[in-house]
Design a protein around this ligand. Structure first.
Ligand code: PLP
Length: 465
């Protein structure tokens, strides 16, 4: 069978057969794939093309990651050029594209940071845990050891065992427990539409931060290595915290000697209308995990970015053994790094971060018109990271059933629009999510809102049941 990319129903049929007989897919029920599949064969801008010729507007940029949009063939040229020059050598040595990429990231952070390169968001967070623990080992008095990570319930930080343990999604973790010991401690998340304390902002006086401080006391401040926060939480159908939340968490970190570790795997690279989401709140993280938008998913690369104060703890005489005590074979891969460098240049040349802020407001305004429907409980987000929470009725806020939310997703797909929904099976899986390429146009946004409007009208009875 030839691997031609031109849409062709016959080739499509062969690919489906070959796939079903040989591939184990992530996070989808295999019997659902037997009934309905997308076989991607091409894409441009915000649109993907199936092998049968059907086009879909992809409002999820793949998995929240194709920030500069599909079809940037110049990145293929850059990869080919770099591969011909030097395709690979381990990052125990230096290479030009990785050094340039680290310099770009440092610049985007306003200076004062070093980057450790890995291949995925999970690895970036995982390296963050290890760097935090190692830093605390280096810097604490002999015998003392801060090792715990405080994170939030319902958070998602990756798919490895440690990042799952740090995450707070019961449905993702359940099949693998027990996960580790007491090193990952969870606190309530700032999910204001469904406040875990039943309170309302601002009269709540940030009960979620008080809960965090009480937890630090309960665990023993001297055991806490770091606090891990995704600034704008994606896994709960997008939760934008009150403006004071992140500064208050940073204050707790400084008060109790814990490092502030932010997960910008989705949030980063313009997704929320700033280069990094923590920059909305004026905080300075000690550790930052980045992936996805760093290279808009054209190749795999990610990074754990550390403040120079943390970096300096990894310098020392040979006998001190202060080096980062891990290596990723493909970390700092020159080809992926070269593509990431150009990706970031494109973001700057096309002002895609500013565009995210502008289009985010336009998209949000469009989604807010859907509040006229009885089943739209909440519309929230920042930049081009948005959520629409579906309820049986607005007063009780009872979640719309999983099947009815699934019917909305299917309705959109039937009408040529791919939309997301947060964490299957979780308390928040009734929320539709949107994280489109930052190049999405006003006309495309109008189309999405129109499809949702029609879907909500058509499926209202099912959503209310
Ligand atoms: C917030 C967050 N952190 C970490 C990860 C893990 O990234 P990866 O799938 O690249 O390992 C994800 C993946 O979606 C994520 O959304």
């Amino acid at each position: 069978m030839s691997l031609t990319n031109a849409p062709d129903p016959e080739i499509r049929k062969a690919v489906v057969k070959q796939d079903l007989e040989n591939v184990l897919h992530p996070i989808v029920q295999h019997n659902s794939l037997e009934k309905s599949q997308i076989v991607v064969t091409g894409a441009r801008g915000s649109t993907i093309v199936d092998h049968d010729g059907t086009e879909y507007l992809d409002t999820m940029a793949g998995l929240w990651c194709v920030n500069i949009g599909y079809g940037r063939t110049e990145l293929a040229d850059i990869a080919a050029e770099q591969m011909q020059q030097i395709a690979y050598y381990p990052h125990t040595a230096m290479n030009l594209p990785a050094a340039r990429l680290a310099e770009q990231i440092n610049g985007l952070m306003g200076g004062g940071y070093h980057s450790y390169f890995v291949n995925s968001g999970s690895e970036a967070n995982e390296a963050g845990f290890k760097i935090a623990r190692q830093y605390q080992r280096h810097e604490q008095a002999k015998g003392a050891f801060r090792y715990k990570t405080i994170s939030r319930y319902y958070a998602y930080h990756g798919t490895t065992l440690a990042t799952l343990a740090a995450g707070g999604m019961g449905d993702r973790k359940g099949k693998f427990e027990p996960l580790g010991g007491n090193e990952f401690v969870h606190v309530a998340a700032p999910t204001c539409y469904r406040c875990p304390f039943g309170l309302e902002y601002p009269s709540c006086e940030l009960a979620c931060v008080t809960n965090m401080e009480n937890t630090i006391h309960g665990e023993g401040p001297d055991s806490i290595a770091e606090i891990l926060i995704e600034p704008i939480m994606s896994s709960v159908g997008i939760a934008v915290p009150p403006d004071e939340y992140l500064p208050a968490v940073e204050k707790l970190c400084r008060k109790y000697g814990a490092l502030l570790h932010v997960d910008e795997v989705i949030n980063g690279f313009g997704r929320t209308g700033k280069m990094f989401a923590h920059q909305h709140y004026g905080v300075k993280p000690d550790i930052m995990a980045i992936a996805k938008g760093i290279v808009s998913a054209y190749l795999p690369i990610a990074a754990t970015v550390v403040k120079n104060e943390v970096f300096n703890s990894f310098r020392g005489e040979e006998a001190e053994m202060r080096q980062v005590m891990q290596v990723n074979t493909y970390g700092g891969h020159p080809v992926a790094a070269a593509v990431a460098v150009r990706n970031i240049e494109i973001m700057a040349e096309e002002k895609l971060v500013e565009r995210s802020a502008e289009m985010g407001v336009y998209f949000m305004d469009g989604l807010k018109t859907l509040l006229k429907h009885a089943n739209v409980g909440d519309v929230r987000g920042k930049g081009l990271l948005l959520g629409v929470e579906l309820v049986k009725d607005k007063k009780s806020k009872q979640q719309a059933s999983s099947a009815s939310v699934g019917a909305m997703v299917a309705f959109a797909r039937k009408n040529g629009v791919i939309i997301g929904r947060s964490g299957g099976g979780s308390q928040y899986s009734n929320t539709l999510t949107f994280s489109p390429p930052l190049v999405i146009t006003r006309a495309e946004i109008d189309r999405v809102v129109d499809v949702l409007d029609r879907g909500l009208a058509e499926l209202g009875a099912q959503l209310s049941a």
